[in-house]
Design a protein around this ligand. Structure first.
Ligand code: PEP
Ligand code: MG
Length: 764
C-alpha cells in the first residue's frame, strides 16, 4: 500500500494542470481501492459550495454542474467538520442528500475525507460502493494519508488553473478581469510594478517556464545543438563502458539513442517549437507527456522507463542552458525576477538598474536571499508556495513587499493605487538621504554607533553613500557563492582589500566563511537532512584548515598598512572552538610575519547565535575582544523554528519574550567582562527593534545600509530615557504581536509614520 501511495503522489505531482491532477487522482484511487466510485468535490470560494470536479463511477455529465453547500449532504458534513466520515450505508444517515444527476443513489458504502491545505478545507475526496459495508481501517488510513499528501498538489494546481482561466478570459474579451492574488511572506519591504522574468533552476525541467519563441529558427537551432551534444555524450559513455557492461546493460544506451532518433522525441519538440513555444518550454511539454504515459503503464519495467525519459530531458535541458548561458537575456526595464528557490547566487542575474522586485516560491523572511534583497532595497516576497510561476513569464505583476502579496495581471485601479505608494516611497527616501552626515543622536544627547552589513559588491558603495561609521558584518561567503571554485588567497586578499580601503580607518568586521544551512557553494555541496543543525559555519572551517588558513591569511594580508580589520567567528558554541580557531589565526599571522609582511594583530570576536554561546560569554571573554549577536540564528535556535521554512514563518519572531531576555542577558554579560557588544542580525535594521537594542545597551547596531537612515531617523526622534521606558514595558509583555503594535504606535506617536508600513489596497 505504501509503495502504491508513493507512486500515486509522485505521478499526480508531475501533472501540470488541475484537470489532469483531479482525473488521475480519482482514477488511481478507484483502481487501488477497487471501489466503484471515487470523486473529488472542490470548494468554490465564491459560493462556498462543494462542486463535483472529477469522478470515476458517477455520471460524467454531472461534473462541474452539481454542488453541495457546507450544510448539505454528507460531503458538506465532511467539509464543515474537517474530519473523515465512514458510513456502512449512507442511505440511513440523516444528512444524506442524493444528487440525482450523478447516479449515486445506487451506492451505499461511503467514505469521505477532507482535503486540507494550510488549515483550509479545499474540498472532499469520496469513495463509494454498491454493497453495504464499512471501509476498513486500512482503507480509511490510506485515504486520509493520500488526501493529506495530495492537498498541496491540488491547492497548487487549483491556483495554476484559475490563473490560466483568468488569462484565457482576458484574452477573449480583451478586457483585464480581476487580478489574481497570491500570498507569501514579506521578504523585503517596498512596492514594485513590473514584468516577470522566470529564472530556471539548472537542469530542472519542472521549473522551465512557457515563453513565446521570438525567433523560431533560433530556437530550433538551440535544440539541434543540444541534441547533437547529448547524442555524442551518450555515445562516448557507451563506448568507454563497452568492455565492462553486459549486453543487456549496453542495450540501454541503444534505447537512449533511439529515443533521440529524429523521428522520436526530437520531432515532437520541433513541432511544439514551430507552434510557438521556446525550445526549453517545448522540451518540457514533450518530456512531461512521455513521462506521464510511461508512468501510467501497468508493466513495472515499462513504468521504470519514465525515469530514463526524465534523465534524457534533463541532459537536453542542461545542454541548452549551457549554450544559452553566454547569451544575456533581454530583461525588460522593470524586471520582477521569479524563481522556485531564489538563492543569493541568483541575485546578480538581472542588472541592478532593471531589477525592481523579486519573488521566491520557497524560503522565508530570514532566508539569506531575503536578507540580501533587503540590503539591495529590492521589494521581495518569499514562500509564495502556490505561485504557478512557470506560467508567468512576461506577465505584468505588482509585488507588495509589505504584505507579502503578488498580483498577476493587475487591474487599472490596483495599478493606480500602488503607483501612488511607489511615489510616496521615493519622496520618503529622498528625505532620508539628508540624514547622511548627521549623527545617530537621541534628543537628549545619547550617541548610538551604527555600522553596516555587507556581502554583495555594491554594498560597499551603498554603505559609504549612506554615511556608515564601520562594517559590523561582512558576509565573506557571498562572493564565494557566485564562483565555480574556491577563490585563491590572492584573489580573496584583493577583494578584502577593497572593503578595508573603502572604510579605513573605520573598522571592518570580516566574518570567516559561514557556509551550510541555506548557503551552499556549488563546488562544495553539503547534503544533509537537517542542515541548520548540521555542518555549518565554524564547524566546516575547523574541519578544513586548508580553507580557513587561506581565508585568514588573505584577510591579514589585505589589512597590511590599514589595520582596520576585525575577524569574527560564526556559529561558535564552545570554548574549544574559539581556541582552535585562534590557534589557526595565530599560525596564519606568524607565517605572514615570517614572509615579511608588516601586520598588526586584528581584534577577534565571536558571534553569539547559538543558545549555548549565550551562557559562555564569561568563558570566551579572556580569549576575545568583542561579541556580536546574530539575532537571525539566535531566534531560529531559541524558538526551534527553521528560518528558511515558510510553513513556520509566522512562529519566527525576534520579539518573542525569550529572545528579548537573551538579548538583554548578552549585553549585560559582555559589559560585565568589559567587552564591546554589537548586534548584526536583522533586528537591528528594524527602527522599533533598534530603539529597544539601544536601551539594552548595545554598543553597536549593524544593519543593511538601506535601513540605516530609517534607524537613524528613529533614534534622532526619541529621548534615550523614553526608549528605556519602552524597553521596560516591552520586557513585561507576553505576545510578540502586542510588542509589534506597541513599537508601531511609538513610532507613530513620534511622528514617524514614514517608518511604518503604508496603508495598502486590498488588505482585507
Ligand atoms: C545572524 O544569524 O543573525 C547573522 C547575522 O548571520 P547570518 O544571517 O548570515 O546567518
Ligand atoms: Mg548567522
Amino acid at each position: 500500500m505504501l509503495a502504491r501511495l508513493r507512486q500515486i503522489v509522485q505521478e499526480v505531482g508531475s501533472e501540470s494542470d488541475l484537470e489532469s491532477v483531479l482525473s488521475l487522482t480519482v482514477r488511481r484511487i478507484r483502481e487501488t481501492m477497487s471501489t466503484e466510485v471515487c470523486s473529488i468535490y472542490l470548494t468554490d470560494t465564491q459560493t462556498n459550495r462543494y462542486v463535483l470536479r472529477a469522478t470515476e463511477g458517477l455520471n460524467q455529465d454531472a461534473v462541474g454542474k452539481v454542488s453541495l453547500s457546507s450544510t448539505e449532504g454528507i460531503v458538506g458534513l465532511v467539509g464543515s467538520r474537517a474530519e473523515p466520515i465512514n458510513l456502512e450505508d449512507a442511505f440511513t444517515h440523516p444528512s444524506v442528500v442524493y444528487l440525482q444527476s450523478t447516479g449515486e443513489e445506487r451506492f451505499h458504502a461511503f467514505l469521505g475525507v477532507p482535503i486540507i491545505h494550510q488549515r483550509k478545507v479545499h474540498g472532499v475526496l469520496v469513495v463509494q460502493q454498491r454493497e453495504v459495508r464499512r471501509f476498513d481501517e486500512s482503507e480509511e488510513a490510506f485515504m486520509v494519508t493520500l488526501s493529506a499528501q495530495l492537498a498541496g498538489v491540488i491547492a497548487h494546481a487549483e491556483a495554476t488553473g484559475s490563473i490560466l482561466d483568468v488569462f484565457a478570459a482576458a484574452k477573449q474579451d480583451d478586457e483585464p478581469v480581476t487580478a489574481k492574488r497570491f500570498v507569501g511572506i514579506a521578504g523585503a519591504p517596498g512596492v514594485a510594478i513590473g514584468n516577470v522574468y522566470v529564472a530556471t533552476l539548472s537542469a530542472d525541467l519542472r521549473s522551465v517556464p512557457d515563453k513565446p519563441a521570438n525567433d523560431i529558427q533560433a530556437e530550433l537551432q538551440d535544440f539541434e545543438h543540444a541534441l547533437v551534444q547529448v547524442r555524442e555524450d551518450i555515445q562516448k559513455v557507451s563506448d568507454s563502458l563497452a568492455t565492462r557492461l553486459r549486453t543487456e546493460e549496453q542495450a540501454l544506451f541503444e534505447v537512449y539513442l533511439r529515443m533521440l532518433d529524429d523521428n522520436a522525441i526530437p520531432s515532437e519538440v520541433r513541432t511544439k517549437i514551430e507552434a510557438g513555444n521556446w525550445a526549453q518550454g517545448a522540451l518540457r511539454e514533450v518530456i512531461q507527456a512521455h513521462v506521464r504515459q510511461f508512468s501510467d503503464m501497468e508493466d513495472p519495467y515499462l513504468r521504470e522507463r519514465a525515469t530514463d525519459i526524465r534523465d534524457l530531458g534533463r541532459r537536453l535541458l542542461s545542454a541548452m542552458q549551457q549554450e544559452g548561458a553566454e547569451r544575456v537575456p533581454d530583461f525588460p526595464d522593470n524586471t520582477v525576477l521569479i524563481a522556485d528557490d531564489l538563492s543569493p547566487a541568483m541575485l546578480g542575474l538581472v542588472p541592478e538598474d532593471k531589477l525592481v522586485g523579486m519573488v521566491s516560491v520557497t524560503g522565508s523572511g530570514s532566508s539569506h536571499a531575503a536578507i540580501l534583497a533587503r540590503s539591495m532595497g529590492i521589494p521581495t516576497l518569499m514562500g509564495v508556495v502556490e505561485l504557478p510561476y512557470t506560467k508567468l513569464d512576461g506577465r505584468q505583476v505588482i509585488v507588495d513587499g509589505y504584505s507579502g502579496r503578488i498580483y498577476v495581471d493587475p487591474t487599472d485601479d490596483l495599478l493606480e493605487a500602488y503607483s501612488s505608494i511607489l511615489k510616496e516611497e521615493r519622496a520618503i527616501e529622498a528625505n532620508l538621504d539628508q540624514l547622511r552626515d548627521l549623527p545617530a543622536e537621541t534628543q537628549d544627547g545619547f550617541n548610538q554607533t551604527l555600522w553596516v552589513n555587507t556581502g554583495l559588491t555594491a554594498d560597499v558603495e551603498r554603505a559609504v553613500k549612506r554615511g556608515a561609521e564601520g562594517i559590523g558584518l561582512y558576509r565573506t561567503e557571498i562572493p564565494f557563492m557566485i564562483r565555480d571554485t574556491f577563490p585563491s588567497e590572492l584573489e580573496q586578499a584583493d577583494s578584502y582589500r577593497r572593503q578595508l580601503e573603502a572604510f579605513a580607518p573605520k573598522p571592518v568586521t570580516m566574518r570567516t566563511l559561514d557556509i551550510g544551512g541555506d548557503k551552499a557553494l556549488p563546488y562544495f555541496p553539503i547534503e544533509e537532512e537537517n542542515p541548520f543543525l548540521g555542518w555549518r559555519g565554524i564547524r566546516v572551517t575547523l574541519d578544513h584548515p586548508e580553507i580557513f588558513l587561506v581565508q585568514v591569511r588573505a584577510m591579514l594580508r589585505a589589512s597590511e598598512g590599514l589595520n582596520n580589520l576585525r575577524i569574527m567567528l560564526p556559529m561558535i558554541s564552545s570554548v574549544q572552538e574559539v581556541e582552535a580557531a585562534l590557534e589557526q589565526i595565530n599560525q596564519a599571522f606568524n607565517e605572514l610575519l615570517e614572509e615579511g609582511l608588516d601586520l598588526q594583530k586584528p581584534e577577534i570576536g565571536v558571534m553569539i547565535e547559538v543558545p549555548a554561546a549565550v551562557y559562555q560569554i564569561g568563558r570566551f571573554a579572556p580569549l576575545i575582544d568583542f561579541v556580536s549577536v546574530g539575532s537571525n540564528d539566535l531566534t531560529q535556535y531559541l524558538l526551534a523554528v527553521d528560518r528558511n521554512n515558510p510553513r513556520v514563518a509566522d512562529l519566527y519572531t525576534t520579539y518573542h519574550p525569550s529572545v528579548l531576555q537573551a538579548l538583554q542577558l548578552i549585553a549585560n554579560e559582555a559589559h560585565k567582562y568589559q567587552k564591546q557588544v554589537s548586534i548584526c542580525g536583522e533586528m537591528a535594521a528594524d527602527p522599533g527593534g533598534a530603539l529597544l537594542l539601544m536601551a539594552m545597551g548595545y554598543d553597536v547596531l549593524s544593519m543593511n545600509s538601506t535601513n540605516l537612515p530609517k534607524v537613524k531617523l528613529a533614534i534622532r526622534s526619541v529621548e534615550y530615557k523614553d526608549a528605556a521606558l519602552l524597553l521596560g514595558q516591552v520586557m513585561k509583555m507576553d505576545e510578540s504581536s502586542d510588542i509589534h503594535l506597541l513599537l508601531r504606535e511609538t513610532l507613530q506617536n513620534a511622528g514617524l509614520t514614514q517608518l511604518t508600513r503604508p496603508v495598502l489596497p486590498g488588505n482585507d
